[in-house]
Design a protein around this ligand. Sequence first.
Ligand code: ARG
Length: 596
Amino acid sequence: MASTSTMRPLPVVEGTDPSKCVLDSFRIAISQKLSEALPLTLEQAFAGVDYGKKGEDFTVAVPRFRLKGKVDEIAAQVIEKFQPDEWVESVVLDKSFLHFRVNTTSMIREVLNQVNSLTHSTASGKPEYGSNDSGKGKKVIVEYSSPNIAKSFHVGHLRSTIIGAFLANLYKACGWEVVSMNYLGDWGTQFGMIATGYEKYGSQEELEKDAIKHLFDVYVKVSKDAEADPNVKVTAAEWFKRMEDGDEEALKNWRVWREMSVKKYEAEYERLNVHFDVYTGESKVKKESMDKALTQLEEMGLVSDSNGAKVVNLEKYKLGSAVVRKKDGTSIYLTRDIGGAIERYEEYKFDKMIYVVATQQDLHLAQFFKVLELMGFPWAKDLVHVNYGLVLGMSTRKGTVVFLDQIIKEAGNVMHEQMQKNEEKYAAVENPVETSMEIGITGVKIQDMAAKRINNYTFNWDRMKSFEGDTGPYLQYAHVRLASIGRKNPHLLPLPPASEIATEALAQYGHARDIAFLLGTYPDVVKTALKTHEPSGVVTFAFRLSHAISSAWDSVIVKGEEDLEKARAKMFLYECAREVLAAAMRLLSIRPLERM
Ligand code: ARG
């Protein structure tokens, strides 16, 4: 009962890759039928074959071909000529749409075999199922997270971290070479303030315990002092000036603070399953780069003087005017971004650079992109701002969130309490604290990525911790349940080679068909995400798949299936579903759990 077959070979269509997305083959087979019945080239036909919207496999909107004649008559030509085969099973006309149904047995077999073979190729270093090589040979820098040292880590930074990690994974999955970059706010007058305050409030011990928190505390205290005593700000400005001038004495402490803050952040990012190839920051942008840029801007006649400050007028582009140098000569955020981008191009020669920054900074990003374009850098067109809306209402029970580790801890605690409510289940969890933290983080991430980036949303701990509805815990649960089938049916494992599994036994189950088809769409979900830079499509896919799986539990049953061939085929289906669900979760930077 071997299930490999040789299918009728199909022509090649440019831009498709059946070796990575086997549903492309089915789409080509449909296109072939269309182009044989109608005056269309294969490519024209192919462009008209879309996924069905209401549970059909593929749909063609007949009018889109702009052919002469009535829709009904055109459709009739297709239907008359239609011969079912091993690729395509049937066609029906519904208003002006032709719905095609692919051959169930072939589709299930081809999809599962592809998932299985690409999944098991990861060991050999090949990219896993769902990935493609559209970005081969290209390099992208993804800059994200980018918190400010000694200031609070706000939810905006959290969103940048979550969305940025997703984008870095996504580009990798599409064959790009990715440089993940964290551009720290590690420079500016606040460091003069901290240096001033540190003499009075600093403690080596506190610094070593939690550098991020201690520096923040010092900053808060010295800022209070400054309200009462204007001299504090003067001293602070002098400090910062010395730092800008490269005075080693003034820089010594700052270096330690920065290093210790980065260390603390690294541990927290690790918790979140987020990694950076490069920690850079505003402090790293060289003075020479900024001076050179300013000189060039002046030579090009783009700079004017405004009360001693230097300004680039961008009114023509409805971008206001941008200050590039302050009156006292110190550098500013915008100029650092201009200099920074130039340095990055020189160092990396990127094909694309993405900045994941909140919409509050839309103007800032648009201004410095425009300045770089006016300066004539051809790569300025390759800069992309991926923006996102606000998160409202995220506070812990102790109050406002100031630090990233507060969010992580709270997520873990909220989840831990939730899990303790089910005593029996809780007792069975091997590592409840660790597990609840992982689920809690999943909850936070899913809530963040569930809707379009641009939307604001209100954070809700109750929704985040719920196992019902489209939540992070639900997703983890769906994965754990799939992982448990193997544990509960050890006699079926390891499965024989895919070619020996009787996948045709699954064709009788509608729910198995639904799952297989969804699995087949995953490579396209990844492709679409690359176009839109939206994680929400991947989240939606993960939930659709989870729902399809949960609908199948009652009919596609492994436990107690006496027919060994059938039991294996079902096991194979769930294994493949687990692999793809896990791949989607990993793309979203979530670590899929095996048990909970
Ligand atoms: N550190 C900045 C902030 O917290 C975000 C940096 C964004 N990236 C950039 N290249 N400007 O607001």
